[in-house]
Design a protein around this ligand. Structure first.
Ligand code: NDP
Length: 278
């Protein structure tokens, strides 16, 4: 068996096209606004922020960039968040992580109004996600769910195994799969017999940050495999799933690059529209 490829690049492009069409009829002053706060000079963060600005421009979202130096303190950051919280032009606020050393990211993220928290990282929105209330949810897991839904499978009652328990991917992905009535298991670095657990998964989400960590022998025949990993090796991007062997067993699989990656920004744009009430 050879798996069908879930084309995240194409699905994300379709979502962006749809949002662009919805916004095109609106005057500029009546469009959603996304404020992005970047503190410091982390090169990867600078790339992500540029990609987000580009997507806003393409879709017709007003983007407000705030680039701050690496020695910005709590007070300055909190004052900026306060201004953005009060601004009528800004519907979503995103603080690019990681913040410079010495800055308490939890304190900064908690200062964002929950109704402007476009990343879904505010404790109120995390609580809503886990208690089954409607909320803005983190962008990467939201993209993962869109990719799984693109296969047309019925999620109810399936075994889902999430490898990784970070606050930005693993845990919210688990909450979203649970909300869709999957039986969810979350694996991490202390999990015993990880291969045996992953082998139970009708759905496998790999968010580990280790190249080729999940191999084909761990995949249940017919599973849906979502590879979140982005690992750089020899100038190439490699996922957390060994694609060659896993695609022999899975029914559906995401590639790296071109799977989850493009969905994260498309989901961010969707969240911005949602916070603007669109
Ligand atoms: P983290 O480093 O925050 O979390 C990694 C998780 O993997 C942890 O829960 C850790 O367990 C677990 N883990 C590490 N080693 C092992 C092991 N040997 N066995 C079992 N579990 C293990 O990573 P992120 O969640 O932030 O990211 C995961 C991957 O996804 C990375 O490659 C990242 O680049 C990528 N990513 C991609 C995005 C996209 O848009 N495509 C967005 C965000 C991330 P423990 O908690 O016990 O330490």
């Amino acid at each position: 068996m050879s798996a069908s490829i879930i084309d995240g690049k194409k699905i994300a492009a379709g979502l962006r096209e749809d949002m662009k069409a919805r916004l095109s009829a609106r005057p500029l002053e009546d469009r959603p606004g996304l404020a992005v706060v970047l503190a410091g000079d982390d090169p990867a963060s600078a790339v992500y922020v540029r990609q987000k600005e580009k997507a806003c421009l393409e879709i017709g979202i007003n983007s407000f960039m705030h680039r701050l130096s690496g020695d910005t303190g709590h007070d300055e950051l909190l004052a900026l968040i306060d201004r953005l919280n009060l601004s009528d032009e800004v519907h979503g606020i995103l603080v690019q992580l990681p913040l410079p050393e010495g800055i308490d990211a939890k304190r900064i993220v908690s200062a964002i109004l929950p109704e402007k928290d476009v990343d879904g990282f505010h404790p109120v929105n995390i609580g809503k996600l886990w208690s089954g209330e409607s909320a803005v949810v983190p962008c990467t897991p939201k993209g993962i769910m869109t990719l799984i839904d693109s296969t047309g499978i019925e999620l109810k009652g399936l075994e889902a195994v999430v490898v990784g328990r970070s606050n930005i991917v693993g845990k919210p992905a688990a909450a979203m799969l649970l909300a869709r009535h999957c039986t969810v298991t979350v694996c991490h670095s202390r999990t015993k017999d990880l291969a045996g657990v992953v082998r139970r998964g009708d759905i496998v989400v790999a968010a580990v940050g280790r190249p080729n960590f999940v191999t084909g022998d761990m995949i249940k025949p017919g599973a849906v495999v979502i590879d979140v990993g982005i690992n750089r090796a020899g100038g190439r991007l490699i996922g957390d799933v060994e694609f060659e062997s896993a695609s022999q067993k899975a029914a559906f699989i995401t590639p790296v690059p071109g799977g989850v990656g493009p969905m994260t920004i498309a989901s961010l744009m969707q969240n911005t529209l949602r916070l603007a009430g669109l």
